[in-house]
Design a binder for this molecule. Structure first.
Ligand code: NI
Length: 184
């Protein structure tokens, strides 16, 4: 089922999300619905707050970027109750966009590598390092479950320059090419 994607201005995007309990009902249905929603919107990641659920989980699908970023070749999965355990000191700037902020892309500086811990869709534990664009997608989605969006991380000058676009989204005046929930 395709779900509406919540745009900036919806309070759920600004909340620190809750842990997913081990007995959470129908987690696999939720994950399947999120993948369907992500695919039709043509994105590479979707966090639960973006579909109105204040839960610490997100999905990623970087497979369409594999030609440019080989580390994304198999990067299609769900992350439940993820944590970032370590970050590399080395940082890199990449251009980011977000389905909750249509029409905006900005460079964001983040650590190159991260060590993560998470549960998969069967609630099995994993610990691993992510690098390159996989690390980038994970960090962007992780921000969502902390109540942040990527434009929080751009320079004050850039934020000033895009403030009109941000306000337009918050006020519900921006449309998206996918089903979305915005302020009337
Ligand atoms: Ni996003």
């Amino acid at each position: 089922m395709i779900l509406p994607i919540y745009l900036l201005g919806q309070p759920v995007l600004r909340k620190e999300a809750e842990e997913v309990p081990a007995d959470f009902p129908e987690i696999k249905t939720l994950i399947a619905d999120m993948f369907e929603t992500l695919t039709q919107a043509d994105g590479c990641g979707l966090a639960a707050p973006q579909i109105g659920k204040s839960l610490r989980m997100f999905i990623v699908d970087g497979t369409c970027l594999a030609d440019d970023y080989p580390e994304c070749a198999n990067f299609k999965q769900a992350f439940i109750n993820p944590e970032i355990l370590e970050e590399s000191e080395e940082t890199i700037s990449y251009s980011e966009g977000c389905l909750s902020l249509p029409g905006i892309s900005e460079n964001v500086v983040r650590p190159v590598k991260i060590k993560i811990h998470y549960l998969d869709e069967n609630f099995c534990e994993h610990e691993e390092w992510l690098d390159g664009f996989a690390s980038r997608i994970f960090q962007h989605e992780y921000d969502h479950i902390e109540g942040h969006v990527f434009t929080d991380r751009v320079s004050p000058i850039r934020r000033q320059l895009i403030s009109g676009k941000l306000q337009s989204i918050v006020k519900g005046k921006t449309t998206a090419r996918y089903k979305c929930k915005r302020n009337a």
